[in-house]
Write a protein that binds this ligand. Structure first.
Ligand code: MAN
Length: 531
């Protein structure tokens, strides 16, 4: 019956037996004591603004500014009419709806219209109402037990998260200490390393290497200069060879030309001219071959000069045969005061672990391995700090009314995914996560958005606030907005989706139920499980 939901939602529950004074129609039971005449048969408007004759009450003429003199007629538009609805529950409606020829659904007794116009159906409505109420009561009773288990879950979560915060804080401290220790080791190792390097630079081997290098650089410069001068001389002699005049019988010139031809492996110029073959020079001229090997030698010399001698020096110990090279640290210990020995031993054992027992801590490869340990330790600290932030945030959200409710009752449902198959699509809603639309044929999936808020038009903490989850920022609709969903929830024994609609293109409306909304009945003490 359609009437019942209206009655359920609009009627003001009033015990049926507390009916108003029979003389004054339309008065709410709580106001009955005020609808009695004063001694002089006069009556004061409820706002006290004026007194009117008692006979002017409900005379279908509006006398009082607050409309209180016409509770049972439609004369004052600002007054309310109460229908007692005996057998059901009484209800108040606006007085403008009284005597308008319509049987108001809120007044199952028909008292809003003159007698005989509307039938009194309160007995039937009352039976249905009570059956529905009983059903609702059962649902709330069972649902609130499930809800209570969600609240217990949140309590366990609280304990777990608090323990996680404590242990993660401890881990962060340990990681930070570890980092400080490794930094100290790196600093010490680097300073040991640079001190050792300075000492090694004084070694005869390194000094000799340096002078070899300087000499090689000087020779290379000289070589390049000589090469340029040789090129110039060759050009001069080639010009002389091709340009001199043999008719002058200049023996000095002829001798120079013949000498050049012999050195360069060239035929005599007169023979070339005779045969008219300018290229009759045999194989590759010697200067070309000479240039190739000269360039290669220069390249090799430059490559040697580019050597990083300091790195070589640092790595030298690794290849040196003498075990003496690794004994620096051990000898160093004997010079330390006793109080520093434990710290030194710690550092030495750490570096030994990283560098290898017999390796000296002062070469570049080992220092870079230490550097790696340092960046690993930094990463471990960052990771632990990130974990701490996350777990602290989780703990903060747990009893935040704007997130998991003030009793944490929604935590249990965090990322719970519910599905509804509508034929063409299967809709998936992951509470507090993402909503998606999956095509049943073809398999394409559209994101319908991510959880963005509860009902922002309601106060956090009130039951209505949690009756809607909004998901926004989904896949863009062709020629339309980004997809979004409104998920309307109500109390139910199961977490399930009931209906799906798309009232506007790419704007979806999904309904569902959850025990998280089954608050305990008032009679059970609303706060029983909430403490
Ligand atoms: C897909 C689905 C529909 C939507 C259209 C819009 O077919 O996501 O729900 O209406 O795209 O183009």
């Amino acid at each position: 019956m359609l009437l019942l939901p209206v009655l359920l939602s609009l009627s003001v529950p009033v015990p049926a037996q507390a009916s108003p004074s029979p003389e004054v129609k339309g008065v709410h039971p709580s106001l009955c004591p005020k609808y009695v005449p004063a001694s002089s048969d006069r009556w004061f408007c409820l706002d006290g603004s004026r007194s009117i004759p008692w006979s002017a009450v409900n005379d279908d003429y509006c006398d009082c500014p607050d409309g209180s003199d016409e509770p049972g007629t439609g004369a004052c538009s600002n007054s309310t009419f109460f229908c007692p609805n005996i057998g059901h529950v009484g209800a108040s409606i606006s007085a403008t709806r009284v005597n308008d020829g319509l049987c108001e659904p809120e007044c199952c007794d028909g008292s809003d219209e003159p007698s005989g116009v509307c039938p009194n159906i309160c007995d039937q409505v009352g039976i249905e109402y009570r059956a529905l109420l009983e059903q609702e009561t059962k649902l709330r009773k069972t649902g609130s037990k499930i809800r209570a288990s969600y609240i217990s879950f949140a309590q366990k979560e609280k304990a777990r998260l608090e323990a996680a915060v404590t242990s993660t804080k401890r881990e962060v401290t340990a990681r930070a200490d570890e980092l400080v220790r490794i930094k100290e080791i790196v600093d010490r190792t680097e300073s040991l390393s640079s001190a050792a390097l300075e000492r090694k630079k004084l070694s005869p081997l390194f000094k000799s290497l340096e002078s070899h290098s300087e000499l090689l650089a000087a020779l290379l410069a000289l070589h390049k200069d000589r090469g340029q001068r040789l090129d110039t001389l060759e050009d001069i002699l080639s010009s002389l060879r091709s340009g001199y005049n043999p008719n002058y019988q200049d023996m000095a010139v002829l001798e120079a030309v013949r000498g050049w031809e012999q050195v360069a492996g060239l035929p005599h110029i007169n023979d070339v001219k005779k045969d008219e073959d300018e290229s009759g020079e045999g194989s590759l001229p010697f200067d070309v071959q000479d240039d190739i090997s000269s360039e290669e030698t220069e390249r090799q010399a430059e490559s040697i000069l580019n050597t990083d001698y300091l790195s070589l020096l640092m790595e030298h110990d690794e290849y040196a045969e003498s075990p003496q090279a690794s004994s620096t640290g051990l000898n160093f210990a004997s010079y330390l005061p006793n109080s520093l020995t434990p710290a030194f031993n710690y550092i030495r054992s750490f570096t030994s672990a990283i560098l290898g027992e017999n390796s000296p801590p002062n070469d570049s490869a080992k220092v870079s391995r230490l550097g790696q340990s340092l960046s690993d330790a930094e990463a471990r600290l960052r990771e632990a700090e990130e974990r701490l932030r996350n777990v602290q945030q989780e703990l903060e959200d747990l009893y935040n009314p704007g997130v998991f409710g003030k009793h944490g009752e929604w935590k249990k449902l965090d990322r719970l995914c519910l599905e509804k198959d509508t034929g063409d699509y299967t809709y998936e809603v992951c509470l507090f996560g993402e909503a998606r639309q999956k095509a049943n044929s073809g398999g394409s999936v559209h994101s319908l958005g991510h959880f963005s808020s509860w009902r922002y038009d309601e106060e956090p903490g009130t039951p209505d606030y949690y009756s809607r989850q909004a998901f926004v920022g989904g896949a863009k609709c062709w020629n339309g907005p980004q997809r979004s969903v409104q998920v309307d929830l109500s109390c139910g024994l199961e977490n399930e989706l009931l209906t799906v609609a798309e009232p506007e293109k790419c704007e979806y409306l999904i309904t569902g139920t959850t025990p998280a909304l089954c608050t305990p009945l008032e009679s059970e003490g609303n706060t029983k499980d909430e403490l």
